[in-house]
Design a protein around this ligand. Sequence first.
Ligand SMILES: [Mg+2]
Length: 322
Amino acid sequence: MRTVRLFQETWPLRTPFATARNRRSEIEVVVVELEEKGIRAVGEATPYLRYGESTASVMAQIAAVLPQLERSMTKEQLQQTLPPGAARNAVDSAMWDFAARSCAMTVGELAGVNLPDPLVTAHTVALAQPTEMAAAALALWKSGVSLLKINLDDRLISERMVAIRDAVPQATLIVDANESWRPEGLATRCQLLADLNVTLLEQPLAAQDDAALENFIHPLPVCADESCHTRSSLKALQGRYEYINIKLDKTGGLTEALALADAAKALGFKMMLGCMVCTSRAVSAALPLAAKAQLVSLDGPWRLAVDVEPAVGFSSGRLLLP
Ligand SMILES: [Mg+2]
């Protein structure tokens, strides 16, 4: 018989973090621990209000399947029992961790992938005034970070991006608008970003406005985040997006995420691997996907004031595995 523990944790951020959607000083995560035959494994998920999730709702979803989980639920059964989202991710991650620990492997080894070396990750520049964002970008560049993910909202697009590009002329820039733009004027904004040599634009429009992405030739690749959850999302993204952002909290864990990555590749999509703000537990669970991604954005734990032990490290724009 498996012992299952389900609990919530609060982790403070290093500095308050702002996006187009909200401003936060701490995060709440949901944790599932599995223990059987002396092996203890863990899975973590970050509930996301954008997808109708709260800590309470995710805990309730998992609590409802605890009896099955304590008996002998498999990963395959889990996929049929819980919908994609944070709850399934916490359980699926714990199951992968348990399977890996049972054979003294990492989750990446168990998934049969070789991780890129070095493992370069984007670091996020939070939404702020143009001069503050440019200063944050320059500080990252000076610390050795060459891949920056810039959070924007619907204001000061040109002011912010010109200031940042002036500060870090050599950096690779990804822009994430977090659904804050409107279809009107989108093509002009895309051209502005392309002229500033921005590499990728993530989710400019609200997911329901995606059709507007078909109306012009993209001068830079556009990446689906909020519009892409699982394999069932892919059909609607064709002709609208060139990249997808895979996150375990959206797919409901690594099991679907690996299938999504393969299906997306077969359809010609490129892939970014992302995460919510999270501890190193959630980053470790997502690592096997780094082998399949063109861009990795796993700086969630870097934004925390404290992290779990053992933690992934961040040095000169690289992820250091514990
Ligand atoms: Mg995003």
